[in-house]
Design a protein around this ligand. Structure first.
Ligand code: FE2
Ligand code: FE2
Length: 294
């Protein structure tokens, strides 16, 4: 995988590319080790007081109807479970790489993160329920699939505003407007960041190809391509993106059905209900990470 000259020029104009903190990398590494336990997780989390505070706050949020207050990170980890803690830490860390700047008006960052987190949940749910891919990798890919958009908006808010304005006025092909303004679209820019971060190859491919279905795409690319569309279907879409999703005629879905025939028989209403069930938790995570810790 190589980056185009246009993308190279864009990266050169970005003063300091965001980097994944060593804390997140150590955390992911610890969780992937077969012998990791709650005590080790709590100990590592304690190194980051902001994350610790947010995990405890989430455990105590009204979403979980607890009778007794959670007061330690260890209790919070036991209560929320390792999988949920992993997702929250990853989501908070990625969101915090792109702090809101004064004067950013055109691009709706809240909606962007709602779309990204819901795509991550959809991808993880399907990956786990139908053994299509590793649920952890599916979550990460869903979370990061549009990272090129937020990266472009973070460094070039005025130019990105032009893309958004054009889409609002004319509808149509958003990727073409990005290419018109930047010479590259968010898929190429996202792929370039994934390469800089040395993310796994298959995950990087989801950033590049989530709008570009092909007969040979991997289940992970199909999963992210479909999750992106389904997230829009349940309401996490920019105004120019609303269009009905018909499962049976969507190429990403059809590719997934080639891997698991029983997917074709899915109860779409029940599936929608299961996904919408996590929306309040997504809202809480985003509110926490964008509001700060006052
Ligand atoms: Fe996208
Ligand atoms: Fe998307």
């Amino acid at each position: 995988m190589t980056t185009s000259p246009a993308v190279e020029r864009l990266l050169a104009r970005m003063k300091r590319l965001p980097v994944l903190s060593s804390f997140v990398l150590r955390f992911q590494h610890l969780l992937s080790s077969p012998n990791c336990n709650t005590g080790q997780i709590a100990e590592l989390l304690s190194e980051d007081p902001v994350v610790t505070g947010r995990i405890i706050r989430l455990a105590n949020s009204p979403l979980f109807h607890r009778y007794k207050e959670v007061t330690s990170v260890r209790e919070a980890v036991v209560f929320l479970g390792l999988e949920q803690v992993r997702e929250v830490v990853l989501s908070l860390s990625i969101i915090s790489l792109f702090p809101l700047k004064a004067g950013e008006k055109c691009f709706d960052t809240h909606l962007f993160w709602h779309h990204s987190l819901s795509s991550a949940h959809i991808a993880r749910h399907l990956a786990g329920a139908y053994s299509l891919a590793s649920p952890e990798e599916a979550y990460t890919a869903g979370l990061l699939h549009d990272i090129g958009k937020i990266l472009l908006n973070h460094f070039f808010p005025e130019e990105y505003g032009k893309v958004v304005q054009k889409a609002l006025q004319m509808g149509g092909n958003y990727l073409a407007y990005e290419r018109e303004v930047f010479g590259a679209d968010h898929c190429e820019v996202g792929e370039a960041l994934a390469l800089k971060w040395a993310l796994p190859r298959e995950l990087t491919a989801t950033l590049r190809f989530h709008h570009n279905p092909s007969p040979e795409m991997s289940p992970l690319v199909a999963l992210v391509g479909f999750s992106n569309l389904f997230s829009k279907q349940i309401g996490f879409a920019f105004p120019w993106e609303f269009r009905p999703l018909i499962f049976s005629s969507d190429p990403f879905w059809r590719r997934l059905c080639q891997h698991r025939e029983d997917l074709a028989k899915i109860d779409e209403e029940l599936f929608t209900f299961q996904i919408e069930d996590v929306v309040p938790r997504i809202r809480e995570i985003i509110a926490m990470s964008m509001k700060g810790d006052d």
